[in-house]
Design a protein around this ligand. Structure first.
Ligand code: SAM
Length: 270
């Protein structure tokens, strides 16, 4: 596991962009989930932003799929280049099977789509051409076998247990096995703030803290610390970007060496 780096207090002033007294904290995580998933009109949500991922999602009338709608826009941003191609996608967390059908509709018939779920009942919710594996996302040997069966892997969607330790174990197993330009998404990272699933605000071991450490790793070549650990560029060398959305973190891989500045044009201030 990534060795934790020392962290000073957050640099952003809490007054930055403050709009008044913050609302009272929610009574429970269940209240947050309820508030985010009730009372919405699908047609109005669809119309709020128009892209093929929203089209694929809101056309779903068969098995249940459950995504926060702003994820759909992020997915279209990161995955549109894969549409109509033989992209290899693994979604962890199958549940009723609807999201696998949405991925098929969005990515097209050539996509190699696999799902993994710990619930054996999920074995019965697949379509022909889609493969469902039963087991835990923490089973590293199983994950490796799945990647082998898929013939490699381009996209991972982690929508499984949402337990931070599981998300980290899965990431550390699958990320190195991915195609050099692959995309790895971790959903529902608001769970990082909930003690019930191993989190809390800036809690050591929470996936969000881990992702923040990786953000430092992306800049490893600039760290002047004598400790060699935070200066290891291994992650930076294979990672192009980390995008943080509300509750969703997306890693984009890209092989790259040290960044280069190449001045062009004429000096004007000498
Ligand atoms: C939120 S649901 C998935 C929803 C689905 N991806 C969708 O978008 O509609 C989470 C699923 O993760 C599964 N799960 C829980 N713990 C798991 C684990 N350790 N490994 C794999 N799957 C797990 C649950 O059985 C459940 O079906």
């Amino acid at each position: 596991m990534l060795k934790r780096m020392r962290r000073a207090k957050p640099a952003v002033s809490p007054d930055f962009l403050r709009i008044g007294a913050p609302p009272a904290p929610p009574a429970s995580w269940e209240e947050v989930v309820r508030a985010g998933s009730t009372g919405f009109d699908p047609a109005a949500e669809h119309a709020r932003m128009d892209n093929p991922m929203r089209d694929a999602y809101f056309a779903q009338g068969d098995r249940l799929a459950s995504k926060w709608t702003h994820y759909l826009d992020a997915y279209d941003r990161h995955l549109s280049r894969y549409r109509g191609k033989p992209v290899r996608l693994l979604e962890i967390g199958v549940n009723h099977g609807g999201s696998l059908q949405v991925w098929r509709r969005y990515l097209g018939p050539q996509a190699v789509i696999h799902g993994l779920d710990i619930d054996p009942r999920c074995a019965g919710v697949g379509d022909p051409g889609t493969t469902i594996h039963i087991g835990s996302q923490t089973d590293r040997a199983l994950l490796r076998r799945i990647v082998e069966a898929m013939g490699g892997i381009d996209v991972v969607i982690d929508d499984g247990s949402h337990v931070s330790a599981h998300q980290i174990a899965t990431f550390e197993t699958l990320y190195p096995l991915m195609a050099p330009d692959g995309v790895y998404a971790v959903e529902d990272v608001h769970c990082s703030y909930w003690p019930a699933v191993g989190g809390g605000l800036r809690a050591p071991g929470a996936f969000m803290e881990y992702a923040k450490d990786l953000l430092d790793r992306l800049h490893a070549r600039y760290v002047l610390d004598p400790d060699p650990e935070p200066r290891d560029p291994g992650f930076a060398d294979v990672t192009d970007s980390i995008a943080f959305y509300d509750s969703l973190v997306v890693f984009e891989r890209r092989p790259k060496g040290p960044a280069r500045a190449i001045p062009v044009g004429h000096r004007m201030l000498d």
